[in-house]
Design a protein around this ligand. Structure first.
Ligand code: SF4
Length: 324
């Protein structure tokens, strides 16, 4: 690990003024620093800031960025109103990591692409312009949607997938004192020609809260994750679903996917294929067709395309059972 400076922030304003890489739980950043994938000159410790409350606000929840993943998963309001979020959190990492990892940090996890972590490999995300060894290499865990010829990495998170289906908003504080509210729909970026730029955050901008609106009344929710082992594994494919049924038809549908793209993937065409339709096998197949219209495998990850079709259809059956 390379040497770095360290400062402890006493307030959010203090943190953004300090100028450095923020660290809280450190469950991803410390690993990256040990491997010298990330070599920040200065760490600003935000772990003692007063950002660890879960408050009821505007009919929804305002979640402090430092709320540990395990606390968020166990909050009775989250379990009652946002079960997809609670299940997604519990599907992530291990118990020890969930105790340490924060809500804000979870949003900012870096990809688990093998070549990103190998400093001898070509990787446009780690070293812009160096190439992408995943394109012609072993790419079993890589993306099939929204890729570019610069990067085919996936976002590794579970929690952000559920938050995408639940229409979360990221609340931030900028170094100039301005606050921003960034819908999660606008927070993450596709790789394009700049895979090293992953979010809409500006340099020095601090996530202070995540806001969740009230879920639709009567919403059925689900988080389903397919992974290589039953615990402590990233999603090969995951889906978060929020659906309401009225008069035997799907009235509201929000589906977000993990393991498929550089960001938690949500496609309006999938929801258009569902809303207003009876929950039949033909409707589910149409939604899967919409999701996968532009899907492209890169060899080892081709299996994800039929896999996510099956996962989506199974999730839709579960979400709509007893509704007809
Ligand atoms: Fe790097 Fe992205 Fe290519 Fe992986 S897929 S090697 S993260 S550029």
């Amino acid at each position: 690990m390379k040497t770095f400076n360290y400062a402890r922030a006493e307030s959010p304003e203090d943190a953004v003024r300090a100028g450095g890489r923020f660290i809280a739980g450190g469950t991803n950043l410390i690993d990256l620093m040990k491997l010298q994938v990330e070599t920040p000159e200065k760490l600003v410790d935000i772990s003692r800031l007063d950002l660890n409350a879960i408050e009821e606000k505007d009919g929804g929840l305002l979640i402090g960025a430092l709320v540990p993943n395990s606390d968020l998963a166990a909050d009775p309001r989250v379990i009652a109103l946002y079960p997809a979020l609670s299940r997604a959190l519990l599907a992530g990492a291990s118990g020890q990591l969930r105790n340490k990892a924060t809500t804000g940090g979870n949003l900012l996890q870096r990809t688990r692409c093998y070549f990103f972590y190998d400093t001898h490999a070509a990787c446009n995300k780690r070293a812009p312009g160096s190439g992408c060894d995943a394109l012609g290499g072993f790419n079993r865990i890589h993306a099939v949607l929204g890729t570019s010829d610069q990067c085919i990495a996936t976002h590794p998170g579970d929690m952000p997938v559920a938050m995408r289906a639940l229409d979360a908003t990221v609340v931030t504080l900028k170094p100039d004192g301005d606050r921003r509210r960034i819908p999660l729909a606008d927070f993450y970026r596709l790789p394009g020609n700049t895979p090293h730029i992953e979010t809409a955050l500006e340099p020095g901008e601090l996530i202070t809260h995540i806001a969740l609106p009230a879920p639709p009344a009567g919403a059925r929710q689900l988080y389903r994750k397919v992974r290589d082992r039953a615990s402590y594994a990233f999603a090969i494919v995951s889906v978060a679903g929020v659906i309401t049924i009225e008069d035997g038809k799907i009235a509201h549908a929000a589906l977000a996917f993990g393991g498929l793209a550089h960001l938690p993937w949500r496609d309006p065409a999938v929801e258009t294929a569902l809303v207003g339709q009876a929950p039949t096998e033909a409707t589910f197949a149409a939604a899967a067709d919409a999701l996968l219209a532009d899907a492209r495998g890169f060899g080892h990850n081709d299996f994800k395309i039929p896999l996510v079709r099956r996962v989506l259809i199974a999730a839709l059956r579960d979400l709509t059972q007893d509704a007809a």
